[in-house]
Ligand binder design. Sequence first.
Ligand SMILES: NC(=O)c1ccc[n+]([C@@H]2O[C@H](COP(=O)([O-])OP(=O)(O)OC[C@H]3O[C@@H](n4cnc5c(N)ncnc54)[C@H](O)[C@@H]3O)[C@@H](O)[C@H]2O)c1
Length: 263
Amino acid sequence: MGRVDGKVVIVTGAASGLGLAISHRLAEEGAKVIMTDINEPGGTASAAQVPGAIFVPHDVTRESSWEKLINDIVADYDGVDVLVNCAGVVQLASIEDTSEDMWRKVHAVGTDGTFYGCKHALRVMKERGQGSIINMCSTASIQGGPNIFAYAASKSAIRSMTKSIACLSTQQGYGVRCNSVHPGNMATPMLKGVYDLVREHDPVMADELDRMWVGEPRDVANMVLFLASDETSAVNGAEMVVDNTMSITEGVVLKKELQGVRD
Ligand SMILES: NC(=O)c1ccc[n+]([C@@H]2O[C@H](COP(=O)([O-])OP(=O)(O)OC[C@H]3O[C@@H](n4cnc5c(N)ncnc54)[C@H](O)[C@@H]3O)[C@@H](O)[C@H]2O)c1
């Protein structure tokens, strides 16, 4: 028997990276996974690799799209057990270089998308007195950073929304848990895009990045699985960091062969 056997799970941003790895891991443990993404060809191809999964095209920035998705799933499966809000976009820029457009883009997908998802999942989960909402944050929400201004702000908003939803659920006796996951650098297309940009514009920083720890998407997927399962029935409003100490070692974890080398 799988750890999330029979649970109906929605994963957003599932065409790629962490969302795809999460879909795989939850399906391996018996979940019925509904993979959603704005990238229709990518999402269709990804869902074909995940046993039993289906793909639904979905733009998280539109509340009407969320209403339809959740209502359709309730009609087809009688409810939603788990929502993983994973869709996200990043912009590398300081406050000085962040345009209105960059700010709005990051917040539309991250902040607004997570808000609508949580709102409509909570609406149906509370009817059945159970459910687990898992919001993909980042260590950027805890640390900030000079050149990820809008992204860190959006992830901080998601971190805070998570706790408010968890508190409301406890206060009202809804039985719905809401937790956030905070990955450090994970090997996905998003991180590759960031590294490519840094290499192009700042070779010194690129060398620093090459010395940092990078995790595998499955590391995050295992944490999401834990939060999705009933093993964490007492975990609510928590922030789960998956970064192998990166956020408490100022981001630089020297590779073993460099340790002890002085000159
Ligand atoms: N990779 C990392 O190092 C890292 C670290 C911390 C947090 N995260 C977070 O994890 C999540 C997944 O990141 P990833 O690295 O897998 O990135 P990714 O770029 O591989 O995947 C993101 C997915 O989101 C989808 N998406 C974008 N806009 C959308 C929209 N409007 N509606 C629906 N889907 C949309 C994209 O099509 C893509 O498939 C993001 O929220 C990201 O901020 C990633």
